[in-house]
Design a protein around this ligand. Structure first.
Ligand SMILES: Cc1cc2nc3c(=O)[nH]c(=O)nc-3n(C[C@H](O)[C@H](O)[C@H](O)COP(=O)(O)OP(=O)(O)OC[C@H]3O[C@@H](n4cnc5c(N)ncnc54)[C@H](O)[C@@H]3O)c2cc1C
Length: 454
């Protein structure tokens, strides 16, 4: 029987594993996290008494349902938590678990690797106290910790309101929710957002709750500085009417939506294409997640869709795997998931318009702003390298010359902003600025893995 391996035990990976196991297939499910659930439905660390259903609010039923389904499924899987897949070479995965490096062959690989925060730099963003929005949520859900007593939520993302609500529930104070996208853009995206009224209402309820609690809600802001000495003490911004405003806070949660974790997909042979709506490089796959022979992509790791879409895509992809292995899958098993996936992915495109990646703001940032935190490279250094005679006008060349994107995160954090800076400075369309190529290890690994290097 074909060796089927799924990477990622979030909603997409669990749904895929469920359908495959239901058809009698043996499945290996790998996740670097110690507990299943993925990012959105993350469980608290063992022993931590955190009332997750209360924290999840309207998502509590789905949270419970996913974890209940996983508990029932687990005995039928070769489930490997705490295991990082750090490389793909041909039909072999390179794994690292508890410091021990191993390899795992596969015939069918489903990548359900989810997403990470997309961040845009602004003056002072490398100061202690500035966290990614997702990092702020992980601290809360995994450890029951707040990133600060008084937190400013900054960026452009539907998750700003959600995270702010979760912080308020656990006793945190919210200084401001500041969105860089102007309200008129949200209004224009409204017809598309009505494709998922439930999600729209949920988003509105987060912001409504904040408003009732007296939290300032701003749209169309320009971040000016994370202020403070050794640590964040305030957020300075320009509001939509051009007035400067200062909010005292001891932490800033920064997020511009999510970007798919595509490195393994790229190493496994998926083609990537620049999507102008998201302004992200996305792996290419057909409507059922086929990206290359034996390679399937599901969930947010393919394109951002949220937890419901991830779950639906897991089912759709598993059905495609079964069909490709010659098994009959009843239309009734997947028809609803197909419909849901199609609707939610279209909804997500409208969300991308309502919570826009701030291209113009990034390109207008001053030279002294730090772009690459790992290698300490400023925007000015990138621009200066490009301005030299025969200077580079492509992100990988810029990386080679400036070291921007060459550090621990391998450009996973600075990559999207670098893309805009290079495209802006060279006056090129986004795609023409190129894409930082993925290479193993896809995340930092211990030296013990070096002997297994592909
Ligand atoms: C930090 C964060 C917080 C979020 N919080 C919310 C929220 O509160 N509410 C909400 O609606 N949405 C939230 N989201 C959005 C979330 O991405 C989706 O709603 C949903 O979780 C997507 O499901 P998925 O199965 O595609 O991926 P995920 O749920 O992200 O699961 C992917 C899994 O793959 C694993 N993985 C990735 N790479 C590797 C590797 N190389 N080796 C081994 N394992 C790997 C990860 O550990 C993860 O468990 C959040 C996203 C992020 C990044």
């Amino acid at each position: 029987m074909a060796e089927i391996v799924i990477v990622g035990a979030g909603p997409a990976g669990i749904a895929a594993a469920g359908l495959l196991a239901g058809h009698g297939r043996s499945v290996t499910l790998i996740d670097e996290g110690l507990q299943a659930g993925g990012q959105g439905y993350r469980r608290p660390a063992p022993g931590l008494a955190l009332d997750m259903p209360a924290l999840m609010g309207s998502e509590a039923a789905r949270y419970r349902s996913l974890h209940a389904r996983f508990s029932a499924l687990r005995p039928r899987l070769d489930y490997r938590p705490g295991t990082l897949v750090w490389a793909v070479e041909g039909r072999t995965l390179h794994l690292l678990s508890a410091g021990v490096a191993t390899t795992l062959p596969f015939e069918v690989l489903i990548l359900a690797t989810g997403a990470m925060d997309r961040v845009a730099p602004f003056p002072g963003w490398a100061k202690p106290g500035v966290f990614t929005l997702g990092g702020a949520q992980v601290a809360l859900k995994d450890q029951g910790c707040l990133i600060g007593r008084r937190v400013a939520f900054l960026g452009s993302s539907p998750l700003l309101g959600l995270a702010a609500q979760q912080y308020r529930k656990l006793g945190g104070e919210v200084a401001v929710i500041a969105d860089t996208t102007p309200f008129r853009r949200k209004f224009s995206a409204l017809p598309g957002l009505l494709r998922s009224p439930r999600t729209l209402l949920r988003g509105a309820s987060y912001l409504g709750g904040a408003l009732l609690a007296g939290v300032p809600l701003l749209q169309g802001v320009t971040p000016l500085a994370a202020e403070g000495g050794e640590h964040v003490e305030g957020l300075l911004l320009r509001d939509g009417r051009g007035r400067e405003r200062r909010y005292a806070c001891d932490a800033i949660a920064l997020g511009y939506g999510l970007k798919p974790e595509t490195q393994l997909a790229e190493l496994a042979g998926a083609a990537l294409i620049f999507d102008e709506d998201y302004r992200l490089w996305l792996p290419q796959a057909d409507a059922e997640g086929r990206a290359a022979p034996g390679l399937y992509l599901a969930g947010d790791g393919m394109t951002i869709g949220g937890a419901d879409a991830a779950e639906a895509s897991g089912t759709v992809v598993a059905a495609a795997v079964l069909a490709d292995l010659g098994e009959t899958v009843l239309a009734s098993e997947v028809a609803a998931s197909h419909r849901r996936l199609h609707r939610l992915r279209r909804f997500q495109k409208s969300l991308a318009a309502a919570f826009a990646w701030p291209v113009a703001q990034i390109r207008a940032l001053p030279d002294e702003v730090l772009l690459c935190r790992c290698e300490n490279v400023s925007l000015g250094e990138v621009r200066a390298a490009m301005a030299r005679e025969l200077g580079p006008a492509e992100v990988n060349r810029v990386k080679a010359i400036t070291r921007c994107g060459m550090g621990r995160c391998q450009g996973r954090v600075c990559g999207p902003a670098l893309q805009e800076i290079v495209a802006g400075a060279a006056d090129l369309p986004g795609a023409a600025a190129g894409r930082l190529r993925a290479q193993a290890p896809v995340k930092p690994v211990a030296l013990s893995a070096a002997g297994e290097a592909p």
